[in-house]
Every structure is written in C-alpha cells, then in structure tokens.
Design a protein around this ligand. Structure first.
Ligand SMILES: [Fe+2]
Length: 157
C-alpha cells in the first residue's frame, strides 16, 4: 500500500494576494515608523528598542515579499511608506514620540488582529467549528509573540 500523494498547493486567489500586499505594506510602514520613533526619541535605551523593532518589521516585510514573489506576484523587498505612514511620521515630528507611539501601537493592534483573522480563515472549516480537533492548536502564534506585547513588555518593565 502506498501513501496518498500530497495535495498540490493551491495558488492564492486575488483576494488573498490583495490581503498579502496589504500586510506587506503594513509591515514596511511599521518599520518606517519605528525608525522615525528611534530618530525622535531622546532616551538612548528607547532608541535602541525602536531600532530593534524596526529591524523586526523589516524582516516581516521581507517575508511577505518572499511569499508574494513565490506566488506569482513579485514585489520589491519593501514598498515606500504609504501616505498614511508619512502623515503619522509628520505628526510624530511635529508633536513628538509620545504622540506617535500610541498611533503606531494602535496600528500594530490592527495588524495583529488581521493576522489572527488570516490564521483563522486559513483553518479548514471543520477545525474552525471544533478547534479542539485542529492539530495546530497551541502551536500557532501566541499573543506574546506580537510586536505590540513585545514592545509593551520591554518598555513597561
Ligand atoms: Fe510585524
């Protein structure tokens, strides 16, 4: 008896590609804004945290670019900052990092929710109906892995 052949991977539909492009842009915007925060922050310790967060976001951007490219939608490693990110950066320069940081954290919260929704939508319907049956239960991303909670933990300690 031979093992069944694995199912051929499905090409992402246009909705998925659109979602992935959105995440690619969001990650790049986050990298840009953390770099802006690092440039505006007078505290050297916080500067370093923001630089590290920018680096993490650049890696996320690269992962989305790789995924898009592997699925027939080649893109640059990183897009230029969106108009929204440029406005947020301007507000940060005008009013300071204490103004920009809450805006950025709110964006990060939306990003994490988007990833949770993406993860949930990628599960087979029977696992969504009965999560206890899902083999990935407990293995997927945890809230502690998110950028927001990493940042919060490192700056509130
Ligand atoms: Fe990210």
């Amino acid at each position: 008896m031979t093992a069944p052949a694995p199912a051929a991977p499905q090409a992402p539909d246009s909705h998925s590609l659109h979602e992935w492009l959105h995440h690619w842009q969001d990650e790049s915007d986050a990298a840009y804004l953390y770099s802006e925060l690092a440039a505006q922050e007078p505290d050297p310790g916080k500067q370093e945290i923001y630089r590290q967060l920018a680096s993490v976001e650049r890696r996320h951007t690269e992962l989305w670019a790789k995924l898009l490219s592997e699925n027939g939608r080649p893109v640059a490693v990183a897009p230029p900052p969106s108009a929204k990110a440029r406005v947020m950066a301007w507000l940060g320069r005008r009013f300071g990092p204490r103004y920009l940081l809450p805006l950025l954290l709110r964006e990060e919260g939306r990003e994490v929710k988007g990833y949770m929704d993406l993860h949930s939508a990628s599960q087979p319907a029977r696992w969504r109906a009965s999560p206890a049956e899902a083999p990935s239960r407990g293995i997927g991303p945890r809230p502690a892995d998110s950028c927001v909670t990493s940042y919060t933990a490192s700056t509130t300690a």
